[in-house]
Design a protein around this ligand. Sequence first.
Ligand SMILES: Nc1nc2c(ncn2[C@@H]2O[C@H](COP(=O)(O)OP(=O)(O)OP(=O)(O)O)[C@@H](O)[C@H]2O)c(=O)[nH]1
Ligand SMILES: [Mg+2]
Length: 420
Amino acid sequence: MNRDRGTGDFVDECNLCVRGGDGGAGAVSVRREAHVPKGGPDGGDGGAGGDVWLVADRNVSSLIAFRDHPHRRAASGKHGSGKKMHGAAGGSLEVPVPEGTVVADLDGTVLADLVEQGDRWLAAAGGRGGRGNARFLSNRRRAPSFAEQGERGEERWLRLELKLMADVAIVGFPNVGKSTLISRISAAKPKIADYPFTTLEPNLGVVRGPGGTDLVVADIPGLIEGASEGKGLGLEFLRHVERARVLLVLVDLAEGTGLPDPAAQERILLGELGCYQPELLERRRVTAGSRADVAGPDGSRPELVISAVTGQGTDELVGRLIQEVAAARDAEPAREAFVLHRPVAEGFAVGRDDDGSFVVTGREAERAVALSDLTKPDALDFAQHRLRKLGVDRALARAGATGGDMVRIGDLSFEYQEDT
Ligand SMILES: Nc1nc2c(ncn2[C@@H]2O[C@H](COP(=O)(O)OP(=O)(O)OP(=O)(O)O)[C@@H](O)[C@H]2O)c(=O)[nH]1
Ligand SMILES: [Mg+2]
């Protein structure tokens, strides 16, 4: 597993542990009042635990909040009490994540893709509140002496990966003026210096076009030949190119840099992009020559030529980018709701433990035995009834359990008895 990466405030990969709140326990209580002829069970239900949601938020720009604090937990429900008083539910927790956050489990299976402001995904459900003994009153059971325990909240580790949602991504060799360009056309203030790999993490800038169109432009760390084999900064940052609507390939025109000529630069850059993801070569793109004010006499030049220092050609470039982004947006299919595969953990399963005992797992079975006091005969009776109804007995027999084998369900251990 990769470590969290990020040199400064920008972190684009991290692990996160989410945990829903536990449900409160149901109460065991019996009403006793002098003037009321018949009392009765009046234990209230426990409150449900809160859920944990991940919510895409435009104001969050990286995953840094999770780097040193990778745990998020929702509040637990309160216990029920007498007089049929229900416990309060635990509040849900909304965890803001940047737009473009891809959520996967630790095996890499993608669970959700939170693309736009407000996209939300239930990361960990809170546990159900336990029912109070008032709920178990029946003709057979006049005075239930047990209640349900609250259910534990779901807990799991997630892998978050940020893939920037930019309209335009600037790709080019190191030191060709990418950061200078974004600082010229937007309010972004990235570090600029005359050596390669000045930029170590992507910079985002918003470009105000005429007519109020806004473009989000990403300045990506420089790429060199062999990046797909890990040279330079490798391809790590190319994930941020994946979702750009338009690629701006910036080739250097300056004299004496030791770089290949502009046409060759373009060829090499496209080769590396294609190695990373062939589909990137079909993306709309604009090629521009940079540092035109210090260009050599070289013949091969792209049609668009700019200087981020003098401002030559930059308005024209921004115009082209706006056009291309608009065309790309028009061609986009309406976005489907984000991906969501959620394993359903209802029912139960029977397995074997190292010590040979049978282990029954699964929410339904665990719920059946999560009672306040299983030493009470009516509680045990109730639990057995529920397990039988679920088919746990039959499943144990099918799994080869014979009389005297140990069975574990949740906190409960008991000896299996064959039906006679
Ligand atoms: N003369 C001239 N110099 C420029 C121009 N644009 C950038 N430079 C200079 O080129 C050097 C590199 O500029 P950067 O913007 O840092 O280049 P970069 O592509 O972001 O570089 P990395 O982040 O290292 O990949 C700096 O010294 C800039 O001042 C230009 O249009 N004309
Ligand atoms: Mg830079």
